[in-house]
Write a protein that binds this ligand. Structure first.
Ligand code: ASP
Length: 587
């Protein structure tokens, strides 16, 4: 059929007879001449039909947008003055000789050029049309390049691509499982994997030494922000490598990828302990492109007669921190109110602020609703600690440390974006030395990564004082997004049992849930570790997309539904009976 892709034609093809197959992108009738913009996955070419070829002219006149056609014609230079420098094929056009309509198309629910005028739901419901848009085609093609590069890199470094089951048991990554009822085992359920974690560890016990998989993972989460219930990980595990080795080989992979695909040299990734990241940025995935930092001022306000600050300043779990926005004094009252609303999402009860108008006049020169409560001396001490200058604005967070970190951490990103404070395009780093556990909100502890992460102490030390113990986990962060994370794992039964003990997982429960892993640890488990990268997020960042939905061919909505196939759907009574499932009537 085709001799060339539409988008590939250039001046070097002038004079050639060619055949194109594709879709009618646009049809224009210009004073008796018909122009068809014909589109395929490589791009668009302009085809011209003159009336002197009556049959094909009449056909060209009859086609409509999105008809599928085949054209034979002659490549020629566009007449002088009609070249289009914005189009890759803009220097040539095709003089159409023969035209065949391979298939007609109903008027599409939206024109590709006008996709912005319809809601995302319309586009998702008609995703096969949305996917025709050159922008999405470019992104999915880029995604394919990325996976190709990664497979190559890993294969060259001795990693083996091994598939792990989709129908499996629960894997604890901290989200809810998607369950699949078993027909053959009445009352029993499979869980879809939240990650291949346990299987990749088993592969290490089996001696495969280096494993990878581009793996689908499933997490039934309340879909905050930009998450998908099913997503793709670049999943990696190695034996006989410590964290240095694992971070080294994967950092090299990501650097190579950026260099090859974007011509960007990310340089050596700095490392930052988790505690420092929280202290300075209020986040375990700091966006280092933004120069602002959180500064603690609890010691300065502990004694003031202002409960809002003094109470958290003296609470061991509290934090009082300031965020200096250079040049922020120009923000209007309305903007500050909007930021106050913004931080309330994170549980902040308000957003105190001080505008630095004229520091040389002392506290007089500070404009703020709170200076009178803080007292002039304290207010000036704070300004000094922050190195504040005229024209700056200082925001405050005072609450439980968790709320202050989340609120000021998010505010830092938002203000940084609004005021265009980014100092570079890419800022990667490794966050290391994570705590092993965090509070679960019910007086117990839960694993910060997952319970197979190795602590950096002995089992006895861990049991004696689990809080504050660090793990051998690491996250790769880029521009404030967690690209990937992993850890050196526990390869020793005693340690694994110690961790379960701290987590309040009884021997019976551990046996019931992960007996197969504990069992494997008894039979010669090598030291091992790995990590997983979120492929969707990586592609999103590299293509500059606003959402991961833009880089997934068939994404789900925020409420975890597929509008295209109308899934999840109801099932027949017969199917339910076969599965021995009876639905409870919703009241
Ligand atoms: N299984 C982990 C996750 O999905 C990654 C890892 O530890 O390798 O987040």
């Amino acid at each position: 059929m085709r001799s060339h892709y539409c988008g590939d034609l250039r001046t070097e093809h002038i004079g050639q007879d060619i055949t194109l197959s594709g879709w009618v992108h646009r049809r224009r009738d210009h004073g008796g001449v018909i122009f068809l913009d014909v589109r395929d996955r490589e791009g668009i070419t302009q085809v011209v039909f003159d009336p002197d070829r009556e049959a094909s002219f009449a056909l060209a006149d009859s086609v409509r947008n999105e008809y599928v056609i085949e054209i034979q014609g002659l490549v020629r230079a566009r007449p002088a003055g009609t070249e289009n420098p914005d189009m890759a094929t803009g220097a040539i056009e095709v003089l159409g000789k023969e035209l065949v309509i391979l298939n007609k198309a109903d008027t599409p629910p939206f024109q590709l050029d006008e996709h912005q005028q319809v809601g995302e739901d319309v586009r998702l419901r008609n995703r096969f049309i949305d996917l025709r848009r050159p922008e999405i085609q470019r992104k999915l093609r880029f995604r394919s390049k990325i996976t190709h590069y990664i497979r190559n890199y890993l294969e060259e470094n001795g990693f083996l691509d091994i598939e792990t089951p989709i129908l499996t048991r629960a894997t604890p990554e901290g989200a809810r499982d998607y369950l699949v009822p078993s027909r053959t085992h009445e009352g029993h359920f499979f869980a879809l994997p939240q990650s291949p974690q346990l299987f990749k560890q088993l592969l290490m016990v089996s001696g495969f030494d280096r494993y990878y998989q581009i793996a689908k993972c499933f997490r039934d989460e309340d879909l905050r922000a930009d998450r998908q219930p099913e997503f793709t990980q670049i999943d990696i595990e190695t034996s006989f490598m410590d964290e240095e080795g694992i971070m080294g080989i994967t950092e090299q992979m990501i650097r190579g990828l950026f260099l090859e695909q974007l011509n960007v040299d990310l340089g050596d990734f700095p490392r930052m302990p988790y505690s420092e990241a929280m202290q300075r940025y209020g986040s375990d995935k700091p966006d280092l492109r933004i120069p602002m930092e959180l500064v603690d001022v609890a010691d300065l306000v502990a004694e003031v007669d202002f409960k809002v600050f003094a109470a958290p300043a003296t609470d061991p779990k509290g934090r009082v921190a300031a965020l200096k926005v250079p040049g922020g004094a120009e923000l209007t009252r309305k903007q500050i109110d909007d930021y106050t609303k913004f931080v309330s999402i994170y549980g902040a009860k308000g957003l105190a602020w001080i505008k630095v108008n004229a520091l040389e006049t002392g506290a007089e020169g500070l404009q703020s609703p709170i200076v009178k409560f803080l007292g002039e001396t304290v207010a000036l001490q704070i300004m000094e600690r922050l190195g504040a200058q005229n024209g700056d604005l200082v925001f405050f967070g005072a609450d439980k440390a968790k709320i202050v970190n989340e609120a000021l951490g998010a505010l830092r990103i938002k203000v940084g974006e609004d005021l265009k404070m980014h100092q570079c395009e890419w800022a990667p780093l490794w966050v290391v030395d994570f705590p092993m556990f965090e509070e679960d909100g019910n007086g117990g502890l839960t694993a910060l990564h997952h319970p197979f992460t190795s602590p950096s102490c002995t089992p006895d030390e861990l049991i004696a004082a689990p809080e504050g113990k660090l793990s051998r986990a690491y996250d790769m962060v880029l521009n404030g997004t967690e690209l990937g994370g992993g850890s050196v794992r526990i390869h020793d039964q005693t340690m694994q049992r110690a961790v379960f003990k701290v987590l309040g997982i009884s021997d019976e429960e551990a046996e019931e849930k992960f007996g197969f892993l504990l069992n494997a640890l008894r039979y010669g488990a090598p030291p091992h570790g790995g990590l997983a990268f979120g492929l969707d997020r990586l592609v999103m960042l590299m293509t500059g997309s606003a959402s991961i939905r833009e880089v997934i061919a068939f994404p789900k909505t925020q409420s975890a539904a597929c509008l295209l196939t109308d899934a999840p759907g109801e099932v027949s009574a017969a199917q339910l009976r076969e599965l021995n499932i009876k639905l409870r009537k919703t009241p």
